[in-house]
Design a protein around this ligand. Structure first.
Ligand code: TRP
Length: 329
């Protein structure tokens, strides 16, 4: 039986952090063996909110792809490519844009959230409103069966299914209806206990040095009721304990017990967590340093992946133009 296909994308925000690793990358790495995998750098999507500041997009793309590969994505197995290098995405986005009403897009909860977070008020660009339509083009271009995403992206996959249905019924069966594949993970919180995000400044980056990790871990919030060593702690509300659970499985029972009894203070507990995270990430950090020391290798990997993506995109666009009775190449 032919392997199913997945497509996922990530906006290039530069260096990735532990939240990306635990929340998405580890899942992608696992899936690359079971599915024909396409992973896209969504650089045009970045423009929907950061169009004023474009200077770092190429460098951020390289940093992100370096993190992908260092975390275990294998460019021989998975197709790693850059959205803006496959111009067909723009063409399919334009054709799809005719099939969606602006009212439908204005109802999208994730776009609403971005508008709220960025305080845009009524200053919503045409491009931002169309963000999910571009995403539908990304997904359907590769006729993906599954889209591994987090909860916040499910509404986009739903719109993608609607567009596929509408297109197929108007012009002819070209697209399958993709399903979201939710990442099953206990989310790893940022150092302040909130969602880990670069813009909040509560991250540990995959490429951070052990010293940097130690410094950052010392700022992590713990159980507010445990003020000094000897006080009984509550691991279930402690951010540092979530790191132990994920990166220090061998000692986690003992730590839990000693925290509750008060024998273990927060300072040594944090130092231990930082060492364990640094240890787990050492191979990723090493690979990352090597990849970044010669970006030409990375560029070649991206070129190769983009070529493979483009071949699929060309085929899809040929069928699209053909069923729509448009001029073909
Ligand atoms: N919208 C996604 C995000 O913000 C990124 C993305 C772009 C994407 N195109 C995609 C995700 C296609 C999955 C499939 O994270």
């Amino acid at each position: 039986m032919a392997k199913g296909r997945i497509l996922s994308g990530m906006r290039p925000t530069g260096k990735l952090h532990l939240g990306h690793l635990v929340g998405a990358l580890e899942n992608w790495v696992q899936l690359q063996n079971e599915y024909e995998s396409f992973h896209m750098v969504a650089d045009w999507h970045v423009l929907t909110t950061s169009y004023q500041d474009t200077a770092n997009i190429k460098q951020d793309t390289l940093e992100m792809v370096a993190d992908w590969i260092s975390s275990g994505l294998d460019p021989e197995k998975a197709v790693l490519f850059v959205q803006s290098k496959v111009k067909e995405h723009a063409e399919l986005h334009l054709l799809f844009s005719m099939l969606v009403t602006t009212a439908r897009l204005e109802r999208n909860p994730t776009v609403k959230e971005v508008v709220r977070d960025l305080n845009l008020g009524t200053n919503v660009s045409y491009g931002l409103l169309g963000y999910p339509v571009l995403q539908a083009a990304d997904i359907l271009m590769y006729k993906a069966d599954l889209v591994p995403v987090g909860e916040d992206q499910v509404s986009h996959v739903e719109l993608t299914r609607e567009i596929a249905r509408r297109f197929n019924s108007l012009y002819g069966e070209v697209f399958p209806e993709p399903q979201p594949k939710l990442t099953v993970f206990a989310r790893l919180p940022g150092l302040d206990g909130k969602r880990m995000s670069k813009s909040v400044g509560n991250t540990i980056e995959l490429g951070d040095s052990p010293e940097e990790m130690m410094r950052k871990m010392k700022t992590a919030v713990t159980d507010p009721k445990k003020i000094r060593r000897g006080d009984a702690g509550h691991p279930e509300v402690c951010t540092v304990f979530t790191y132990h659970k994920r990166f220090n499985a061998e000692e986690k029972e003992e730590i839990e017990k000693d925290c509750r009894s008060g024998v273990l203070g927060c300072v040594p507990c944090k130092e231990n967590a930082a060492r364990k995270v640094a240890h787990a990430l050492a191979p990723i950090r090493e690979k990352r340093t090597k990849l970044m020391s010669d970006p030409s290798v990375l560029e070649e990997i991206i070129e190769d992946g983009t070529g493979r993506a483009r071949a699929v995109a060309r085929e899809t666009m040929n069928s699209v133009r053909s069923v729509m009775k448009l001029w073909n190449d």
